[in-house]
Design a protein around this ligand. Structure first.
Ligand code: CP
Ligand code: NVA
Length: 316
């Protein structure tokens, strides 16, 4: 019998399995480096609907499915009938008859929810305006492998926009017991309900969640520094106001110097070099950014393995 449908709209949908998913991703990464691709989901199919551009997410999902012995189908929303007015619900119902899971990159979290509600197969959030869960699983994997799986007592400081990446990072850090502090301008704080949910998880895992407006205060003593773009996809109309508001929210050598000497610098990419992060930090010895990008592949393999049936059902 097929397992119950399990969507990953939020990174919280992966709790409490998240530590096990990280361990499995780490094991599959090491196996892959020795030539073992972990072909554990043969014959499965993943549809990927993209409303926005992507380099890493698209490629890592495609290679992940290929590794697992399955297949990924890339669909730009412009090429689907979705772009001509077919509803999200009808698209979900039809795709569910062909594939075993759907990854969706959406502008609006309401559309992500609508797809998940109508699909009878798992829906994976490949980024929307509220969360970017698969990214944060890769980010936690990057720290997991550097810290030998131990998050307790360590801290990540996020500097910049209170956006989709920060929302998933707040939840993901709290779920695994990693202390998090986020420095954002007041007008760009993460949503209160996300902060409350993260605080709830932190209480259970014995970690802390803190917000500040001061990048220096956040960075001081941090074990990891994380930043993301000031202007996310969909926010282009606010570019000038955002670039003004985020002056000072830059991960540069002076900020890195305030952190732990063993700090790891993370960025989900694409980066705007010279804005939220400087060249010397991105290309410097404390950056874990390229491993972080690679880890999208290993993290998603573990997520897909968690969601996809070992033997795909061919009836409805
Ligand atoms: N980090 C990330 O999601 O990159 P892409 O937009 O290239 O997929
Ligand atoms: N916050 C960024 C992340 C890109 C991967 C955006 O939504 O555009």
């Amino acid at each position: 019998m097929a397992p119950a449908k399990h969507d990953v709209v939020s990174i919280a949908d992966l709790a409490p399995a998240l530590p096990a998913i990280l361990a499995r991703a780490d094991a599959m990464k090491r196996a892959r480096h020795h030539g073992d691709l972990s072909r554990t989901r043969p014959g499965t199919n993943l549809a990927m609907i993209f409303e926005k551009a992507s380099t890493r997410t698209r490629t890592s999902f495609e290679v992940a499915m290929q590794d697992l012995g399955g297949h990924a189908l890339y669909m730009s929303s412009h090429d689907l009938q979705l772009g001509r007015g077919e509803t999200i619900g009808d698209t979900a119902r039809v795709l569910s008859r062909y594939v075993d899971a759907i990854a969706y990159r959406a502008y609006r979290s309401a559309d992500m929810r609508a797809l998940a509600d109508a699909a009878s197969v798992p829906v994976i959030n490949a980024l929307d305006d509220r969360e970017h869960p698969c990214q944060i699983v890769a980010d936690l994997l990057t720290l997991f492998e550097r810290w030998r799986g131990r998050f307790a007592g360590r801290s990540v400081a996020y500097i910049g926009d209170g956006n989709n990446v920060l929302n998933s990072l707040l939840l993901g850090a709290a779920i695994v017991g990693l202390n998090i502090v986020a420095a954002t301008p007041k007008a760009y704080r993460p949503p209160a309900d996300i902060v409350r949910a993260a605080e709830g998880w932190a209480k259970r895992t014995g970690s802390t969640v803190r917000l500040t407006e001061s990048p220096a205060e956040a960075a001081t003593g941090a074990d990891a520094l994380y930043t993301d773009v000031w202007v996310s996809m969909g926010d282009e109309g606010e570019k000038a106001a955002r670039e003004a508001a985020f002056q000072g929210y830059q991960v540069n050598a002076a900020l890195v110097a305030l952190a732990s000497p063993d700090v790891w610098v993370l960025h989900d990419l694409p980066a705007h070099r010279g804005q939220e992060i400087t060249d010397d930090v991105m290309d410097g010895p404390r950056a874990a950014i390229w491993d972080q990008a690679e880890n999208r592949l290993h993290a998603q393999k573990a997520i897909l393995e968690h969601l996809l049936p070992a033997t795909p059902s061919r009836g409805h």
